[in-house]
Write a protein that binds this ligand. Structure first.
Ligand code: OAD
Length: 235
C-alpha cells in the first residue's frame, strides 16, 4: 500500500500560470545564456546583468496575472488529504506551490522572493529589485546581497532531507521537468532503488522517461488533477 509520497516539480507545472519554462522553444534559455546569468562566475563578472535577470523574473512573478493553477492546487489538496508522509520538492524558484497551500515543501534551487547576504549569510524575504546599492537588512553591508537561488556549479539545498525521503518513498511523481538537470534528474533512480512506483506527468516524455514505470502526458492542469483523483480513488 502506498504511504510515503515524494513529488518533484519543474518549470512545466508553472507554465500555464504564465511563467516561462527553460528549455521549451520560447523558454528562458532561448533568450539568455546560462553562463551569463546563472553561475557564480557570471555574478562575479557582471552582477548588474544577473540582478537585472532576476529582477525581471521577480517582477513577472509578482504581476497580478500570475497565479497558481489547478496542478498546484491538486498537489496541495493531495498533501492535505493524504494520511501518510508527503514531501514536495520543487526545482522552481517561484512561490506558486505555497500560494496554492502546499506545506511540506523544499525549494531545492532556492526562492525568487528571498535574498541572501554574502557577508553575513542572512536569508530574508525580498520583493524589491536588487542592485549593487542594495543593503543587507541584517548586517547593513552594502552591495553584498544576491538572489537566494542556486546557480549552476552550486549545491542544491536540503539534499540530505530529500535523499532521506527518496530512500523511503513508495510513490515518486515527477511533474513538468525535462530531466536535464542533476541531481533532480537522478531522483527517479533513487526512488527505483527504494522500490517505489515511479510516475512521470509531463507535456511529453522527458529525457529520463525510461526510468519511470508509468507516464501520463498532457498539460499539467489536466494530467495532474486527473492523476491525483485516480490516486485518491484507488485508496
Ligand atoms: P525545463 O524547461 O527544462 O523543462 C520543462 C518541462 O516541462 C519540459 O519537459 C516540457 O515539455 C514540460 N512542460 C512545458 N509546459 C508544460 C505544461 N503546460 N504542462 C506540463 N509540462 C509542461 O524546466 P526544468 O526541468 O524545471 O535550474 O528545468 C530544471 C532546471 O533547469 C531549473 O530549475 C533551472 C533550469 O536551468 C537552475 O536555474 C539552477
Amino acid at each position: 500500500m502506498t504511504r510515503r509520497i515524494v513529488v518533484l516539480t519543474g518549470a512545466g507545472v508553472s507554465q500555464e500560470s504564465g511563467l516561462d519554462t527553460f528549455r521549451d522553444p520560447d523558454g528562458i534559455w532561448s533568450k539568455y545564456r546560462v553562463e551569463d546569468v546563472a553561475t557564480p562566475e557570471a555574478f562575479a563578472r557582471d552582477p548588474r546583468k544577473v540582478h537585472d535577470f532576476y529582477n525581471l523574473r521577480r517582477r513577472n512573478l509578482l504581476a497580478g496575472h500570475v497565479k497558481p493553477n489547478t496542478a498546484h492546487a491538486a498537489l496541495a489538496e493531495l498533501e492535505r488529504i493524504w494520511p501518510g508522509e508527503f514531501l514536495l520538492v520543487t526545482q522552481n524558484i517561484d512561490d506558486l506551490h505555497e500560494r496554492a497551500g502546499s506545506q511540506n515543501l523544499i525549494h531545492m534551487h532556492g526562492e525568487m522572493r528571498k535574498v541572501r547576504c554574502a557577508a553575513c549569510g542572512a536569508v530574508t524575504a525580498n520583493d524589491a529589485d536588487l542592485s549593487l546599492a542594495s543593503v543587507c537588512g541584517a548586517c547593513t553591508k552594502l552591495g553584498a546581497l544576491r538572489p537566494h537561488v542556486v546557480w549552476f556549479g552550486e549545491m542544491p539545498l536540503e539534499m540530505e532531507r530529500i535523499g532521506e525521503a527518496l530512500a523511503h518513498c513508495d510513490l515518486f511523481i515527477s511533474v513538468g521537468t525535462s530531466g536535464n538537470v542533476y541531481p533532480a534528474a537522478g531522483f527517479v533512480a533513487e526512488a527505483n532503488v527504494a522500490g517505489a512506483r515511479t510516475v512521470e506527468l509531463n507535456l511529453e516524455p522527458s529525457l529520463g522517461r525510461s526510468h519511470f514505470a508509468e507516464g501520463h502526458y498532457g498539460k499539467a492542469t489536466s494530467v495532474v488533477p486527473e492523476f491525483v483523483a485516480a490516486l485518491l480513488a484507488e485508496r
